[in-house]
Design a binder for this molecule. Structure first.
Ligand code: SAM
Length: 183
């Protein structure tokens, strides 16, 4: 799924985690990206922008600290590679290198997008689940403006789009991943 993006973007890949909570999605993507370095010689530079409406979440996201429980689904070797244990605080903190090129910013999803030409946008488990139809449509419209041609939109696995968009094509076999048509 990412391979087309990698092959078509020479210089830089831009990712937006929209409604990022405490940064889990943003750092998870960065970990996946670091893993790709084994298979690709010339990976483009990655820039991740993660936004949320809640400043307290963003503060925690920037600090990059997580309880052991919240990392229980992360493989042990990834934990030791990308986090260090802060015994006095009983928490894991991400290593500085993982936070490189990951930026956090306050943003309300019903306003203009916080950037443009994103190659991948994660819009999972927030407005599409919790908002009424009119607002879901507005939010999706705003987000789509900032998705690059042939970029990927990822929604939650239990979510659906509020309306059919002729500019989005489902990426099989994932019912929650869409590619923006290059019109
Ligand atoms: C359940 S969390 C989902 C986090 C992440 N996207 C994931 O799937 O793991 C929902 C997040 O969306 C944020 N959120 C809800 N409404 C929002 C809005 N209108 N604009 C920006 N963020 C919003 C909340 O503050 C919360 O951090």
């Amino acid at each position: 799924m990412l391979s087309e993006i990698l092959e078509s973007r020479a210089g830089k890949v831009k990712v937006w985690s929209a409604g990022c909570a405490c940064g889990e999605e943003a750092y998870s993507f960065k970990i996946v990206w670091e893993g790709l370095k084994k298979s690709y010689d010339n990976l483009p530079k990655l820039e991740v922008l993660a936004t949320d409406i809640n400043p307290a979440y963003l503060e925690r996201a920037r600090a990059g600290v997580y309880s052991a429980g919240s990392l229980k689904e992360v493989k042990k070797e990834l934990i030791s590679k990308y986090f260090h244990w802060q015994r006095s605080k009983n928490q894991y903190a991400i290593k500085t290198a993982l936070a490189k090129d990951v930026a956090f910013k306050i943003h309300y999803l019903l306003l203009d997008p916080p950037g443009s030409n994103f190659d991948v946008i994660f819009l999972r488990n927030n407005v599409l689940t919790y908002y009424e139809d009119r607002l879901r449509k507005n939010a999706l419209g705003n987000v789509m403006e900032s998705l690059a041609p042939s970029g990927l939109l990822v929604i939650g696995s239990h979510e659906t789009l509020p309306y059919e968009r002729h500019d989005l094509v489902r990426v099989a076999p994932h019912p929650f991943v869409f590619r923006k048509r290059d019109l």
